[in-house]
Design a protein around this ligand. Structure first.
Ligand SMILES: Nc1ncnc2c1ncn2[C@@H]1O[C@H](COP(=O)(O)OP(=O)(O)OP(=O)(O)O)[C@@H](O)[C@H]1O
Length: 782
């Protein structure tokens, strides 16, 4: 069903002709005013920044203040630069009767004029007053008389189009294409959807749709789950929600930070420019594999190992592995002390261990309690050695003597070291390596497991590639171990920061003395060619300080600190997270204010999710809310016809998203005995506009890549790495391989079929799956 659209009155979309359309001239006047102000803001921020850099800071407090000003001005500059492109894009003329301005102009950032009244030149797209721009429809005009969409390039107005919401007349977009559904800003949306892809995601502030806007601005403080088929804008919504929350809760979130978790590095790179283009830089983007400081999880696991490592059963395994390090001594363990061989027997250690465990503290944090109790026990043992009455065995030593022995034991490094063997300080990395490498420890820690399961975890059974140490599935286990162990990653960093401040303060003192002693005549008449000593120091120091401040954003501090808790966490492609990964994520967000984006029909990971309820109920009971996105903005209907059949096979109850457009390009199939070579030849020989990629199974992608000519613009993506990405043209190689390689092979096939914005070609040697069997053969016009 197509809802009625307001009448669109587009201006000539070709080069601006201000004479033929007075609206262009009118908007150009405003655009000039806006950019004029932006330039003044930029100049101000630059001046203030350089003044701040020149200021001296005598005390650590002054230094810290200066650092925060520096950061503030730097961030202002980043925001101003980010807003340059398409700064002003929307205007609302409100009907009479509203108590606010009758004209509202909307842009990427809010801008006030520097006149006496601080006139609003632009409303930030996130401001409440801007909201009708995204919500108003003829059925619900929200007091909007006219919505104007302004398209600009290089500070010049190129076109405007108006919608008269009160009239309720049918709209056709500027290029004549028909869109289904109740879309807003239709002409701009058509342009955005048809635009060739660049390999980097772009923001959608000009064309956010109603169902998306509701999620972006949701005030729900629990877990907001956004479920939607491929191409429904889930990622776009997640990123704009991050920007919206940072704007609305700036004070709180700039201190605690926002974390966005994505499925792989390619994906993070793909989305990496969206938030900076919206002026937001304080967000940490990370994969699960990169969330543990100082660990680069690049090793690859078998599917069985991935599934096992993601399973909650690992919790008991890890607990058992840590407990196994709290060992009891064998017979005859002694330590020399005070001319005696002091026995450390199992009873001594057992008593101390029971005491340490009763504290319920994490392993490393309970080490002191263990030592203290063990020293008490040992003092008793030694007292019996030296102070027992030879006649009746009674104790001849006083309690003060016992206390002396206790102190001497404590200050004897041999004794302390010997006891430490039975409650050693642990690191998560050390325990996990040992668990995988030591068959005895593995067996002891995996009671009830089968031998095949144990083998899947063993490293000698699955040698690591390229010296990689841990896999992404190991990272949640390291994090869990860090909790069990009480291991912190930020301590060394804190010490370093304190040292840095000290050095900086000393350097500043020296600099002040030098500056103060510079000869007056030179100061008055400086020769710019003569480089003064203090110039040198100043430059170095400033440069160093610059590195220091710019490298310590909230996001980066959060990244280096495992125990950092964020203000908000967004998880994209959330269906891929295992139970163990969810435990790690939840630790980062104790307030459980999260936005979770995913599609259970696209789950590819062996330990991924099938149901959101199962994932969230244990953490938030019913404090989670499901939103569904229903419109596919990416894939034309010609392609979704096939993809929907696969979806129906995966889950017949899941309604397929409705494709917003059709482009008249039918998908087709090419059969070739050497399918990989045929796919590469097609990719390299085609003259299709935009980005082209070959999507292959994880097991074959590298071989296909080896066939491609270096430097050719067509790329090859393994299915796992293609998650969340999109391309103008997709060549899907051998669907049978996707299905054969994974128990979730149909989900992978569904993902592959929904990556193209324009064109899909399937190249195969083996039989096509039934859902694709009626694809037409190679089209003559291609
Ligand atoms: N309102 C919109 N205006 C313009 N473009 C949009 C809009 N919503 C989504 N898009 C575009 O549609 C494409 C798909 O969006 P996105 O990648 O966010 O979808 P997704 O639901 O995350 O897909 P997948 O599940 O396949 O990863 C992107 O190019 C995005 O920019």
């Amino acid at each position: 069903m197509t809802a009625p659209h307001p009448r669109s009155v587009p201006s000539d979309p070709t080069p601006a002709d201000t004479a033929s359309d007075p609206r262009l001239a009118q908007e150009q006047v405003h655009l000039d005013a806006v950019y004029g102000r932006l330039d003044r803001m930029r100049a101000n921020a630059k001046r203030r920044l350089s003044e701040t850099l020149r200021e001296s800071a005598g005390t650590p407090q002054a230094l810290s203040e200066r650092e925060s000003y520096e950061r503030m001005y730097q961030e202002d500059l980043v925001k101003i630069d980010a807003a340059e492109h398409n700064l002003y894009f929307g205007r609302l003329d409100m009907t009479d009767g509203t108590d606010t301005d009758t004209v509202r102009r909307i842009g990427r950032i809010g801008i006030l004029d520097d006149d006496e009244q601080d006139t609003t030149l632009l409303l930030d797209w996130r401001a409440p007053l801007a909201r009708p721009f995204y919500l108003a429809t003829p059925a619900s005009p929200e007091d909007v008389e006219r919505r104007r969409h302004i398209r600009t390039r290089s500070r010049a107005v190129r076109s405007v189009s108006d919608e008269y919401l009160a009239s309720g007349r049918i709209e056709t977009s500027s290029d004549g294409a028909e869109l289904g559904g109740n879309v807003v800003n239709e002409a701009a949306l058509v342009d955005a959807l048809n635009a060739a892809r660049t390999g980097e995601m772009t923001d959608i502030v000009e064309t956010i749709q109603r169902e998306q806007d509701e999620i972006i601005r949701s005030t729900h403080r629990g877990v907001t789950v956004v479920q939607g088929g491929p191409g429904t804008g889930k990622t776009a919504v997640a990123l704009h929600r991050a920007a919206y929350l940072l704007y609305t809760y700036r004070d709180m979130l700039s201190r605690s930070g926002v974390l966005i978790i994505g499925p792989n590095a390619d994906f993070l790179q793909y989305i990496g420019q969206v938030l900076p283009s919206l002026g937001e830089t304080g967000v940490l983007l990370s994969t699960i594999g990169d969330l543990f400081p100082d660990v680069r999880a690049r090793a690859r696991d078998s599917r069985t190992a991935t599934a096992l490592k993601g399973d909650q059963r690992m919790l008991n395994v890890l607990r058992a592995a840590v407990r196994a390090k709290q060992a009891l001594p064998g017979r005859g363990v002694t330590v020399p002390f005070d001319g005696y061989e002091l026995p450390i027997d199992a009873e001594v250690v057992k008593a101390a261990r029971a005491h340490a465990r009763s504290t319920r503290r994490a392993h490393n944090l309970a080490q002191r309690a263990f030592l203290r109790a063990a020293l008490d026990e040992l003092a008793e043992v030694h007292a019996r050695q030296v102070g027992a009455d030879p006649l009746d065995g009674s104790q001849l030593l006083t309690s003060a003597d016992l206390e002396d022995i206790r102190r001497e034991l404590e200050s004897d490094p041999h004794v302390v070291q010997a006891l430490g063997e039975f409650w050693p300080a642990l690191t998560p990395q050390g325990v996990l390596r040992e668990l995988y490498d030591d068959p005895a420890l593995l067996r002891k820690s995996t009671r009830g497991w089968t031998d095949e399961e144990r083998d899947a975890l063993r490293r000698d059974a699955h040698p690591l590639r390229d010296g990689a140490d841990f896999s992404p599935a190991d990272v949640p286990l390291l994090d869990e171990l860090a909790e069990l162990i009480g291991y912190r990653t930020d301590e060394a960093e804190q010490v370093q920061r304190a040292q840095w401040r000290q050095r900086l303060a000393e350097a500043q003192d020296a600099l002040d003395i030098l500056t103060g002693s510079a000869p007056q005549d030179l100061e008055d008449d400086l020769d710019p060619e003569i480089l003064m000593a203090y110039d040198l120091i100043d430059a170095e120091q400033l440069a160093e300080r610059q590195v220091h401040t710019t490298s310590r954003t909230t996001a980066e501090r959060a990244h280096d600190d495992r125990t950092w808790t964020f203000g908000h966490v967004i998880v994209d492609e959330a269906q891929e997270l295992s139970s163990m990964a969810w435990r790690m994520v939840m630790r980062r967000i104790p307030n459980r204010w999260m936005t979770v984006i995913g599609d259970t029909a696209q789950t590819g990971d062996a330990a991924g999710a099938d149901s959101w309820r199962e994932v969230f109920e244990p953490y938030v009971a019913d404090r989670w809310r499901l939103h569904e996105l229903t419109v596919n903005y990416r894939t034309p209907s010609e392609i979704t016809r096939y993809a929907n059949r696969v979806l129906n096979w995966i889950n017949p109850d899941q309604a397929p998203p409705e494709s917003l457009r059709s482009n008249g390009i039918e998908p087709y199939a090419i059969r070739s005995d050497d399918a990989a070579a045929a796919a590469v030849a097609l990719a390299e020989g085609s003259r299709w506009p935009g980005l082209t990629t070959i999507i292959a199974s994880d097991g074959t992608a590298e071989d296909v890549r080896a066939l491609a000519s270096p430097g050719d613009r067509a790329t090859v993506h393994a299915i796992t790495a293609a998650k969340g990405l999109e391309f103008d043209n997709v060549i899907l190689l051998e669907p049978a391989d996707l299905i054969a390689e994974s128990p979730r092979g149909y989900n992978d096939l569904y993902v592959a079929l929904t990556r193209a914005t324009q064109r899909l070609v399937v190249v195969h040697a083996r039989a096509l799956p039934p859902d694709l069997a009626d694809l037409p053969d190679d089209l003559p016009h291609e």
